[in-house]
Ligand binder design. Structure first.
Ligand SMILES: NC(=O)c1ccc[n+]([C@@H]2O[C@H](COP(=O)([O-])OP(=O)(O)OC[C@H]3O[C@@H](n4cnc5c(N)ncnc54)[C@H](OP(=O)(O)O)[C@@H]3O)[C@@H](O)[C@H]2O)c1
Length: 379
């Protein structure tokens, strides 16, 4: 088959770089264009990132291919829809609203940005969880007069939680959910990663001037118990993703949910302590079985980026740990451990870990696009 031409928006950022890595040898997609801000536009991808130099902004372990390094970065303001059949977006949300909407008039956009997440006509898609909501795309197209569409990904903190709740809600019906997150620094973008790395180097001495703006967010040896807007996003998205689609609308799931989000000095991987109460009688063994046996559409369709199973359960009480478990199955699974009954009525608690820049960003968006292609929404 001839490959589907795709473009990456925000290709120089943290998520954009992961798009490059996940697409450069993809069996179905090949990129024809890389877009970023006017700061990078007109430069070769290698030069925009100062690749291989002291100040390199390339942070992925994997290397970009030479043909990618030689591509000229284009200005997102001049985006062209003709040559690409699909756009992957890793733009900041403010820019995404305008640019993604402009593109969607003609072509599909799969996005890691939040700009279109909270519209009623948006298919916020988490592979393995809510394929049954996909028909909302038709409403978006009809209502807005678009030939394309925007499919946003959920927030990276919502993802691990919802993956873990889906089989439980299907089988035992959730009554109540409480979650406290321990979120990695990479979830805050490239600037935060660089700041953190630099602070480790210069600890105890004065920060370099260009890092001054980040110096309030001291990540090293600290916990920041507030991430603006995060808790509301997680609550809203969780109920929507696990809601039922009927008569053209998503009825949000009915259980109660509370959460508290924290930034911790971890590079990659969001860890969450979750406390649930179910309506139907359940047990630790039944919970584990529901997670282990769960398979979704990406597995049934054997999509190229799908893991063999979406949820991994460990019996070790002190796992998962982001340092050791974030990259299991290429960072595309939710890893659950420490499963115990607690003192609440039909109450259980566990830890779930998911990778915020793999499943939670570019690689998860590539998997989403594979599904949309397979069901004929991307041509
Ligand atoms: N980091 C995560 O773990 C994560 C996870 C899920 C979702 N997200 C979402 O993914 C998106 C990208 O996040 P990120 O962490 O990759 O951000 P980032 O590292 O700051 O990268 C932002 C990208 O957008 C470009 N850009 C910035 N301002 C622009 C403007 N005014 N016009 C056009 N292009 C502009 C940048 O280009 P230049 O290099 O030219 O400035 C860069 O390519 C955000 O919406 C974020 O919320 C992030």
């Amino acid at each position: 088959m001839s490959k589907i031409p795709v473009a990456v928006l925000g290709a120089t950022g943290e998520v954009g770089q992961k798009f490059v890595i996940n697409l450069q040898r993809h069996p179905w997609f090949e990129f024809t264009a890389l877009y970023a801000s006017e700061r990078s536009a007109g430069k070769k991808y290698a030069d925009a990132l100062e690749y291989g130099r002291e100040n390199s902004r390339w942070f992925c372990k994997e290397a970009p291919e030479k043909k990618v390094l030689d591509m000229t970065v284009l200005d997102v303001r001049d985006v062209q829809t003709k040559e690409s059949s699909l756009f992957f977006s890793a733009l900041p949300s403010e820019t995404a609203l305008e640019v993604e909407g402009k593109i969607a008039k003609q072509k599909p956009v799969v996005s890691t940005a939040s700009a279109y997440r909270y519209f009623d006509d948006s298919f916020v898609y988490l592979p393995d969880v809510n394929e049954s909501h996909a028909d909302i795309i038709k409403q978006q197209q009809k209502g807005r007069g678009w030939k394309g569409f925007v499919v946003p990904q959920p927030n990276c903190t919502t993802i691990g939680l919802v993956m873990s709740l889906k089989p439980v809600h299907d089988e035992f019906e959730l009554e109540r959910v409480t979650m406290a997150s321990m979120q990695s620094v990479s979830g805050a973008g490239y600037g935060a990663v660089r700041s953190w790395a630099e602070q480790r180097k210069v600890q105890g001495s004065e920060l370099p001037a260009e890092l001054e703006e980040f110096s309030q967010g001291i990540f090293e040896g600290n916990v920041i118990p507030y991430i603006r807007g995060e808790e509301e996003k997680v609550r809203k998205e969780t109920l929507k993703l696990l809601g039922e689609f009927s008569s053209g609308k998503i009825k949000p799931a009915g259980f109660k949910i509370a959460c508290k989000c924290n930034r911790v000095p971890v590079l990659d991987g969001h860890t969450e302590s979750v406390f649930i109460e179910t309506k139907k009688t359940c047990s630790v063994d039944k919970l584990k079985e529901a997670w282990k046996s769960y398979r979704g559409e990406p597995q049934k369709l054997a999509l190229p980026t799908a893991p063999k199973q979406p949820i991994i359960v460990t019996d070790e009480i002190d796992r998962p740990q982001p340092r050791f478990d974030s990259n299991i199955e290429g960072g595309m699974v939710a890893v659950i451990g420490g499963v115990e009954a607690n003192a609440f009525d039909k109450g259980f608690q566990y830890t779930v870990l998911s990778h915020n820049t793999e499943l939670g960003a570019a690689k998860g968006a590539v998997l989403a696009a594979e599904y949309l292609y397979k069901i004929g929404l991307i041509k």
